[in-house]
Each structure stands twice: as C-alpha cells, then as structure tokens.
Design a protein around this ligand. Structure first.
Ligand code: SF4
Length: 635
C-alpha cells in the first residue's frame, strides 16, 4: 500500500497532482500521528495551526486505515467541502474506488411520501410555492441522494421545503409505503457500505446520545472517529446529552395533529377537543416563565408546590391526546409518530420539572413568545469518557485552537481525557512578519462607562489607517450596536451590521465591496474564511470572557470550585483565551495575507493573567502605537 511519505513528501503524489501543493513537515508529522493512533487504537489530540493542511493529514490515513472511520466536522459546509472537494481530489490518487459517503440531518433530505401526498392535497400557498413544488417534483425523479444541496435553484428560505423534508417527527418509518426507496433508508444503506462516513458534530452526538435507546443508532458501528473543529464538541455534546422542551414543540405538535388528522381522514370531535385543551394548558404552563433571556432554575420543590397543578394539567392533556390517537386504529402509521412526539415532550417535561438531578444545570430561555426549558450536564467529561472515549477504540480530535499557553491541559480536563497522546503542529504562516498586534494602552477598562465612546474613536482611527477592510468583532450585541451607532455617519466605508441580513449574505457583501467593514458578534468569531486584502484588519473589543452570570457558565464555574480548582484561572481564562485565538484566526488565511489585529482591552498587557492570553497567541509583532498601524499599512 502507498506509504504516507509517498503522498506528502516533496515531489510526492500530492505535489505531482496539485499545482499549489507545498511540502509541509508539520502536515506529514500530523498524518503519521493520525495513522499511528488509528493503527494502535489510541486517542489523539492534535492542534494544527492554520495553513497546516490538516484535512488531508487526517483524511489520507483514515482512507488507508482499513477501518470504518467516522469524520465529524463543525458544519454542513465543511462536510460538503470535504466530500465534494477533498475526497473527489484524493480519488484521483487512489487506485481503488474510495468508499466514502456523507450523512446529514434528516431535514436536508426530501420525504418522498410527503411530496406524493402534496400532489393530492392542497398544501401549496402562492405561486412561488407552486413553482418550488414543480422544481422538487422533477428533481425527485432523477436524484439519487435526495439532498437539497443538489437543488441549487431552490431558494435558501423556501417555505415549502420544511413541509416536504424528511425530518423524523412525521415519519412512519417501516410502515411508510416508500420506506424501501426512501432517501433516508438509502443514506443508511450507503453508510453501512462505506469505510469513511462524513458527518457533522450535531449528527454525531445525536447518534451517540441515542445509541442505547430503543429507536437505535443513526450510524453503523465504527472503529474510529476523527473530530475536526474539535474545540466545539463540549458545547454541542451538551445539547444532546441534555434536555430541551418548549412551548413551540407543543404548538407544532398541535398543528401537525390537526393537519394530519384531516389529510388522513381520522379527525374526530374528540381529537379536536383534545387539541384545544392542550393549547390552553400549554399557554398557561409556559406563562409561568415570564422573564426574558436565560434564567437559572433550581428550586424544583418550590416550583412543584406552587405550580404543580398547571404542570399536571399539561402532562394529562398530552396523555389524553395520546390516548385519543392510539384508539384511531385505521391510521397507525400516521398516529404513531405523533404519539411518539407527545411522549417525548412528556418525558422532557418530567425530567425538567421533577428530576432535579444535581449533575445537571437547569434554566429557562425566553425569547419573546418562545419559552425553552433546558438542562445540560454540568460536567461533560464523565459522560464523554463513558460514552465516547471508553467505547470507541480511537478518537482523534483536531483544531487550530486546543492549547492554552502551550498546553492541552484545559481541553483534556474539559473533555475527560487525562491520558492521551498530543501533538502541536505550528502554523505555516510567518506571523511575526505577516501580523502586527496592536493594543492601545490608554483606553479605559472595558467595564467602565467611558469605554464605549473611547473605543469607538479608537476603531475609527484604526479603520482610517487600514482603509476599512476590517472585521470589528464584539462580545455582545449591545456593545456592537453602541459602537456602530456612534460611527455609522462618520466612516466613509461600506458598513455591514450583523443582524441586518443573513450571515452568508453579509459575508458575500463583505467580499464584494471594496473597503467594507463588518460589525459582528459571536458567529463571526469562527468558521469564517476571507482570504486576501479584503480582510486586512480584525478589531476585537474586549477579552471574550463568557458572561459569569449565565446559568451554564455559573454552574460550571461552581463545579470547578467544588472540585478544588479556581474557576477564573482554570475555566474562565482558558475558555476566553481559546475564543480570542479563534477570533484572531480570521485574519491570516494564506502565506501572502498580512494585516493588523487590534485588541481594545489592555488588560492583556496590564493584568498578570494577560500573560496567559499572550502566550496562547502566535508570535505576532506587538505595538501599542497607532502610528505603527499606519506605517504597517503604508508599506
Ligand atoms: S420513510 Fe419516512 S422519510 Fe422516508 S419517505 Fe416515508 S415518511 Fe418520508
């Protein structure tokens, strides 16, 4: 079999087939470490700096390993890039056909049964939907995958697609007449036949959390998993090992029971009454949580004493609906998924209201009319140890941001991986030459009232020096808005504001408008790739400490304290250092990029803990003078 060296070496297979390929020692080292971990059934953490070429460094060993390997990426876009670009390219270097597939969430695939039902029933609203329906119907006849990504002409915000997709809530499973030719069945079949399966973290953890349950797994058995963008997995895993129930879930259930019972002719006055009753109970119960935003919830006993009746009425109402649906014998393939949903809501409510499990943090999250009751494990490390690391022989985690001040300790502790092989591969970029890191020394502390105005003036000065071409990133929406409002009439650059348009549209506008400046919050801190001069400056308002009063952060900090640690040193600082590293990672995306990183929070130079942040960043050239920024851009 072709060795790794033949792929990665100077003049090797990659260099011969790819005109832009450059030999990178770090990439070869990483590939060797991945190959070894797969062969020896070991876990591995690899921090691969930007430009390492980490995708090929794990993909080639995975393809050569002879095991079934799951590769999990941070987003659907990365999944597509991996499958359609990297795997397609590698196929030209392997003699045998590569056995690779991808799996996405069910809502990406068409449900054939719903499409056929829609032919007979009046579900289309307006001419736009009629046009979309025709597009989907024609495509359904030829598509092999049923993945909407193939239908590029279907608008991103199609209102019809969510009513025709294959999400499980309305799926009759094996009782469906289309089951054998269903795109979801096909997706599972392909996965069973593949050596490498590309998923995203959401699908991976949804599967992991369900593996022990009766409904079974989404993924076939596998011998190894490789996580790209592995810094995200603690948060994402939490969502799947936790619980969430909302008034919207109940409302959607009511809507779907009403629609399906009419379409499938099992509507009855009893079911209608059950739905009206459930709607009332739903409203009454969720009105008990009137406070906007995220609020901790801890006193379960008192809640039950005060509001036990509302809670009992809601669960009884769900029970009654299930009973009505279950006696509808002639439409079991349609009532079954509805009953299953009602039971899941009941289970969620019971867990949230009654269980008071002290290993979980509970909170409410109200956004205008939506109320979500949520719970996640406080400490994911034990869950991940038991469910992932003890079970899968080889787990490989890679990202550009896994170390804090040069060590993996924080990541290992958070994930429950005390003994593990580690590797750090430095970035290919010459940061000391390509980047100037600017921290204005005279600004007030970001917690002071004077900060916003002074920060706005500083941003103005930096943007004038850089000629726009910048991301200005904030830790809060409020602060972003306050600075933007102060500058919007004073800056002579095209300004883009997070929230004014979908993220992808903002990014496209940023790429296409000369000198554009984008004001953004958290979602622009990672996974955004703008190469070249158009992004020449990244300004960050403050050290990105998570809000300490947030229920999840507070519970996790408390847990660190109870385990004998110092929450600030052992949790908040490392977490913020990794986020800062992510934010700054937006700037340099190739060896020819150059630019300025500005941090308006001089605690990084004035406070003792600032050293941890500085030691976590690559070796940038540092300045505290705006004049140097000007000179940098004048060159
Ligand atoms: S099995 Fe489920 S998803 Fe597939 S076509 Fe039937 S109802 Fe739709």
């Amino acid at each position: 079999m072709t060795s790794l060296y033949s792929f990665f070496s100077q003049g090797g297979l990659l260099a011969q087939s790819h005109p832009q390929y450059e030999f990178r020692q770090g990439q070869l080292e990483m590939a060797k470490a991945v190959e070894e971990a797969l062969r020896e059934r070991k876990h591995l953490l690899v921090e691969a700096g930007t430009g390492t070429g980490k995708t090929l460094a794990y993909l080639i060993p995975a393809l050569k390993s002879g095991k079934r390997v799951v590769i999990s990426t941070g987003t659907k876009n990365l999944q597509e890039q991996l499958f359609f670009k990297d795997v397609a390219f590698l196929q030209t270097l392997f003699e045998k056909p590569l056995s690779v597939c991808y799996m996405k969430g069910r809502n990406n695939y068409l449900c054939r049964q719903k499409l056929y039902d829609a032919e007979r029933e009046p579900v289309l609203h307006g001419l736009e939907e009629v046009r979309e329906y025709q597009l989907i119907r024609d495509w359904e006849k030829t598509t092999q995958m049923g993945d909407r990504i193939e239908l590029a002409v279907l608008p991103e915000r199609s209102t019809l697609w969510p009513r025709l997709d294959a999400r499980s809530e309305m799926c009759a499973g094996q009782k469906c007449p289309q089951f054998d030719r269903c795109f979801i069945t096909e997706m599972h079949r392909r996965a069973v036949e593949s050596d490498v399966i590309i998923v995203n973290h959401h699908l991976f953890f949804a599967d992991l959390a369900m593996r022990d349950q009766a409904f079974g797994a989404l993924l076939p058995d596998y011998g190894a998993v490789i996580f790209d963008e592995a810094h995200e997995i603690e948060d994402i895993a939490g969502q799947y090992f936790g619980m969430s129930v909302s008034n919207y879930q109940v409302q959607h259930l009511i809507r779907d029971v009403a629609d399906v019972s009419r379409q499938k002719l099992f509507a009855s006055p009893e079911i209608d009454r059950a739905l009206i009753d459930l709607g009332d109970r739903n409203e009454q119960f969720f009105a008990l949580f009137p406070h906007e935003g995220r609020n901790a919830f801890s006193n379960h006993r008192r809640f039950l004493e005060q509001h036990g009746e509302s809670y009992a009425e809601l669960t009884l109402s769900l029970e009654y609906l299930c009973a009505r649906l279950e006696v509808t014998a002639n439409a079991v393939e349609y009532t079954l998924p509805l009953v299953r949903r009602a039971r899941l809501i009941q289970q969620g409510l019971r867990f949230w209201v009654e269980e008071a499990d002290n290993k979980f943090v509970y909170w409410t999250d109200r956004r205008q009319r939506g109320v979500h009751l949520q719970a996640v494990p406080i400490d994911l490390s034990q869950t991940l140890s038991a469910r992932l690391f003890d079970r899968v022989p080889s787990v490989i985690l890679t990202s550009a941001t896994l170390t804090v001040a040069g060590t993996f300790d924080y990541t290992q502790t958070r994930l429950g991986l005390p003994q593990v092989r580690t590797l750090r591969v430095d970035s290919q970029y010459d940061f000391a030459r390509q980047v100037l890191f600017y921290v204005p020394p005279q600004l007030p502390d970001p917690r002071s009232n004077l900060f916003t105005e002074r920060a706005a003036r500083e941003v103005q000065g930096i943007l004038e020096a850089s000629g726009g071409r910048a991301f200005v990133l904030f830790t809060s929406y409020q602060q972003m808005r306050a600075v933007y409002d102060r500058l919007k009439d004073e800056l002579d650059f095209p300004l883009l504001l997070h929230g004014d348009a979908p993220r992808s549209a903002l990014l496209e506008a940023f790429r296409n408008q000369r000198g554009a400046v984008l004001f953004g919050t958290s979602s622009f801190w990672q996974g955004v790739d703008v190469q070249g001069e158009q992004l020449s400056c990244v300004i960050i308002d403050r050290l990105p400490f998570a809000v300490p009063s947030d229920p999840v952060i507070a519970a996790r900090a408390q847990n660190v304290r109870e385990s004998g640690g110092d929450p600030f040193r052992d949790y908040q600082i490392p977490q913020a250092a990794l986020t800062l590293k992510q934010g700054f990672g937006r700037l340099i995306r190739s060896t020819t990029d150059r630019g300025v990183l500005a941090l308006l929070d001089n605690r990084i130079t004035k406070q003792a803990y600032g050293k941890i942040f500085r030691d976590s960043l690559p070796p940038y050239r540092f300045t505290d003078k705006l004049g140097d920024v000007q000179d940098f851009f004048d060159v």
